[in-house]
Write a new protein. Structure first.
Length: 318
């Protein structure tokens, strides 16, 4: 292994170069995310850390951490620290423009990969299926990454995604986001054929992009394993969404969703129904967390579908 500038060279020609784009902004868990990339068993990784204007950002400290802790798998490391915050979408695109790997994987600074072999297994599946976009499960966790809260997408949505029935997937995606953006990997070639993310949005990159490529009947793969431990909360927390994300969603509905809907009125009704079910589930969850034994028994009898969903998310942790 030789060191050349910020490049750490150890070339294994059996493996294609892949890129991990690590997006950060004021994250207290950034070093956990970096460490989860460094410990990957895949031998040829370009790591791009794109920070979107965090104050007091210790770029030199991060570079030292990468140099000291990488295990020979980091072929090159690029660190971008923006002077001004531009939002997730523009920050992501900025990193994509310098990506050199054949396959590009996202990682939010609050998240970590599920295991040391995640990128090795995910890439093997990606290469085998030869699609421009490859998604996977993520497992939601509490902020300490100790308690698993469930896997996304849910089983019926995962089966639909694996079916390749793109019209049905699009119709389902009209009313509910089936795919987690934190596990939406792309080929570098897709940057030319499908383009970058739409910078009319500030925080919402994945949903508009996915709907656009589905309308183009672009094949999307699904690796049926969990790739990322995702910390719940942050700007995408449905219980307290970031105002800018709310604005992005309003733009998404107005410019990306309703203009292409076959029946806008029915779609609006479906969206309202999904939102009502989500709020109802949150209320039941709160009652469960605050209730005693007998109150929980009552909840089980009153809301059997909710109980089955909760049981599923508990079982997949085993």
């Amino acid at each position: 292994m030789r060191k050349r500038g910020n490049s750490l060279e150890k070339v294994d020609t059996q493996y294609r170069l892949i890129t991990v784009v690590l997006l950060s902004y004021r994250s207290e868990y950034l070093m956990d995310a970096v460490a989860s990339v460094l410990e990957q068993t895949y031998p040829r990784i370009q790591l791009i850390l794109a920070d979107d204007g965090s104050e007091n950002f210790d770029a030199a400290g991060i570079e030292r951490f990468v140099q000291r802790n990488q295990n020979g798998n980091i072929e090159s490391f690029r660190l971008i620290h923006a002077a001004v915050n531009v939002g997730t979408v523009a920050n992501y695109n900025r990193a994509l423009r310098i990506a050199e790997g054949d396959y590009i994987y996202p990682l939010a600074a609050d998240d970590v990969y599920l295991s040391r072999n995640t990128l090795k297994r995910w890439t093997a599946y990606f290469v085998k299926h030869d699609v421009p976009v490859m998604c996977a499960y993520c497992t939601n966790y509490d902020p300490a990454l100790r308690k698993a809260k469930g896997r996304w997408p849910r089983p019926d949505h995962a089966r639909l995604l694996m079916s390749g029935a793109w019209k049905e997937i699009y119709r389902a995606m009209e009313v509910q986001k089936l795919l987690p953006g934190c596990t939406m990997a792309r080929t570098r070639r897709s940057l030319e054929t499908l383009g970058y993310f739409d910078e009319h949005y500030r925080l919402l990159e994945d949903y508009p992009f996915m709907m656009r490529i589905l309308r183009q009947e672009t094949p999307v793969g699904f690796w049926p394993h969990s790739a990322v431990k995702r910390r719940c909360g942050g700007v995408s927390d449905s219980r307290a969404p970031h105002p800018q994300l709310v604005a992005d969603m309003e733009r998404f509905y107005a410019h990306e969703l309703f203009p292409h809907s076959e029946n806008p009125e029915r779609l609006l009704e479906a969206l309202h129904a999904v939102e009502q079910r989500r709020q109802a589930a949150q209320r039941v969850e709160q009652q469960w967390c605050e209730g005693d034994l007998w109150q929980r028994v009552s909840i089980c009898l009153k809301y059997p579908k909710w109980l089955l969903t909760r049981a599923y998310h508990w079982l997949i942790r085993i």
